[in-house]
Design a protein around this ligand. Structure first.
Ligand SMILES: C[S@@+](CC[C@H](N)C(=O)[O-])C[C@H]1O[C@@H](n2cnc3c(N)ncnc32)[C@H](O)[C@@H]1O
Length: 279
């Protein structure tokens, strides 16, 4: 009979992160964990990551240490107009489709949820293209919700200040229209999203592993991009199932290009490789 081996500190840490965030960290990620936690190890004057993790797991570090670890462990890569065909589909197809239905039902507000928003580039890209559609005469109102597990990313998203290098993927006319510069030296090389778009875009903490989400159940479109890849099969399925419950009938779910095969749900019909519509 094979005896179960005692879990190592690393195993227990990976298990903790999985249970808190859904993020699967295979043992091959040990070097990445080491690198990302280095600052914390130094901050506590500990000899190595192992010693730091032992203290963390024993509950010997301050209470706000765990959210910091989650901030460091999550991969927050994002950009404006990432997978830009989604934004073409949003204004070219989803918006007219949903507005026609909304008018028939006497509703006016278009609701979009960026369900792993990172520092807000996805939500504000949507805000820019929706605002452009409004400028061109489509009479509608919209509200955008961005949620994420990382407190640090949510702080950045709420501040809505981006470095010039991050604006290289934004068309020039949209940079002029939707980003503001200030003379303040602290804003050198940076620009801030205009108040009109910020007023329509809220960010808040939401862990996709939670059993239920305090979000409206008639959302027109959910962007769930480049986050399912970090979860294991059961969690992926459960997250999609919970989110499906928040999409209005006829509304849409968009996932990242690496994630199209993950979505299998009786109520979600695939209309394009990464785009699903709720029946
Ligand atoms: C790679 S970014 C993707 C950002 C954006 N959706 C995009 O495609 O550009 C993944 C985001 O998912 C967030 N995340 C990871 N696990 C999460 C969870 N359990 N609940 C909510 N957000 C989570 C991370 O903090 C990170 O900001």
């Amino acid at each position: 009979m094979q005896m179960a081996s005692t879990p190592t500190t690393g195993d227990r840490f990976r298990q903790l992160i999985r249970s808190l965030t859904g993020i699967s960290l295979p043992p091959s990620k040990v070097q990445m964990i080491d690198q990302r936690l280095r600052r914390r190890v130094v901050e506590y004057g500990l000899p190595d990551t192992e010693a730091y993790l032992e203290k963390l797991l024993a509950g010997e570090l301050p209470q706000d240490e765990l959210p910091r670890v989650i901030d460091l462990i999550t991969t927050n890569t994002t950009s404006f107009f990432r997978e830009s065909e989604h934004f073409d589909f949003l204004t070219g197809h989803i918006l007219p489709d949903r507005l026609a239905k909304a008018r028939a039902e006497g509703r006016k507000r278009f609701k979009l949820w960026s369900a792993a928003s990172s520092e807000g580039a996805e939500a504000f890209t949507a805000a820019m293209v929706l605002e452009e559609a409004r400028r061109k005469g489509a009479g509608f109102d919209y509200a955008i919700l961005g949620t994420d597990i990382s407190a640090r990313m949510l702080e950045r998203a709420t501040a809505a200040i981006y470095a010039d290098e991050q604006l290289t993927t934004v068309p020039r006319d949209l940079v002029t229209r939707y980003f503001l510069r200030a003379d303040d030296p602290s804003m050198a090389g940076k620009a801030r999203i205009v108040p009109e778009l910020r007023a329509r875009t809220r960010f808040r903490h939401l862990n996709l592993m939670d059993k239920s989400y305090a979000v409206d159940r008639d959302v027109d479109v959910i962007f769930l991009r480049n986050v399912l890849i970090y979860f294991d099969a059961t969690d992926k399925e459960q997250v999609v199932d919970r989110l499906a419950g928040h999409i209005a009938k006829g509304g849409y779910l968009l996932v990242g290009h690496a994630e199209s095969m993950i979505v299998r749900h009786p109520l979600l019909r695939q209309v394009k490789p990464t785009i699903f519509q709720k029946c």
